[in-house]
Design a protein around this ligand. Structure first.
Ligand SMILES: [Zn+2]
Length: 258
């Protein structure tokens, strides 16, 4: 069976560490590199419920997208049992479960988060949206009305709903940015895109995005499709490894419509 370290190195062969943003924290973050892995659980985040699922399903390793510690939203200084993050890391260690996180390096990688998102939405002829290689631009086979495209986004990404601003254009040339990529709206406009799909779009981003259809399809929904790509990759590289996708991890954001 492959070791945690071998799996980490194999993931780096796909999504090199050098592609990660400077502030990011990627790679093996918890556990033991020497440990052999029989079963790996793949999830977008290492949450409390994903850790519980890994324990229940007997996984030796979790491969996730978002770093579970020492990043902008989990500034871990200590591992104590008086907070949820400390309890999560403690539970993983107690059960000999390692965690590997592939974040902005997987956003940028060929066949990573953004390529998967673009292809899931039916885009072809993909190119880069920006120098960081985060985000892609592609073209639909044929032009669609915005309403039709919104329907497709919801269907293909499994969204409960989307927030959007109608830019008054049909949809053909589309930019995508998995996660929170509203900062790249000006690039999408400059590259002649009529539509931009991302997540976590703020009020002022919507206000300022003039002349482009702007769609907030959700952070989770725009990134979660990469989990299937991680599974396919690992199953191909390590045929004896059991790969399982998380069934417990879903978007915690819901919509209540009046
Ligand atoms: Zn993200």
């Amino acid at each position: 069976m492959p070791t945690v370290h071998e799996i980490e190195q194999s993931l780096y062969a796909w999504a090199p560490r050098a592609l990660a943003e400077e502030w990011d924290n990627v790679g093996l973050l918890v556990g033991s590199g020497a440990r052999e892995v029989k079963r790996v659980l793949i999830a977008l985040d290492v949450t409390e419920w994903v850790a519980a699922e890994a324990i229940e399903r007997g996984a030796d390793l979790i491969v996730a997208h978002h770093p579970l510690m020492n990043c902008t939203w989990h500034k871990v200084q200590n591992v104590l049992d008086d907070n949820a993050q400390g309890r999560l890391i403690t539970a993983l260690l107690k059960h000999d479960i390692s965690a590997i996180c592939m974040h902005t390096n997987l956003d940028a990688a060929d066949g990573g988060v953004n390529d998967v998102l673009a292809r899931t939405l039916g885009l072809e002829g993909l190119s880069m949206l920006n120098d960081e290689k985060i985000g892609r631009v592609g073209t639909l086979k044929s032009e669609k009305r915005l309403e039709e495209f919104l329907y497709d986004v919801v269907q293909y990404l499994g969204c409960q709903g989307v927030r959007y601003r109608d830019g008054g254009k049909p949809v053909r040339r589309v930019a995508v940015g998995g996660g929170a990529c509203a900062e790249y709206i000006p690039q999408a406009i400059a590259l002649g895109c009529d539509t931009f799909v991302t997540g976590d779009v703020k009020y002022h981003d919507f206000l300022e995005a003039d002349g482009i259809n702007l769609i907030d399809a959700g952070h989770f929904e725009t990134e979660n499709p990469v989990c299937a790509a991680i599974e396919t990759y690992l199953a191909d590289k390590f045929p004896r490894l059991e790969t399982v996708r998380s069934t417990s991890h879903k978007d915690v954001i819901q919509y209540y419509m009046k």
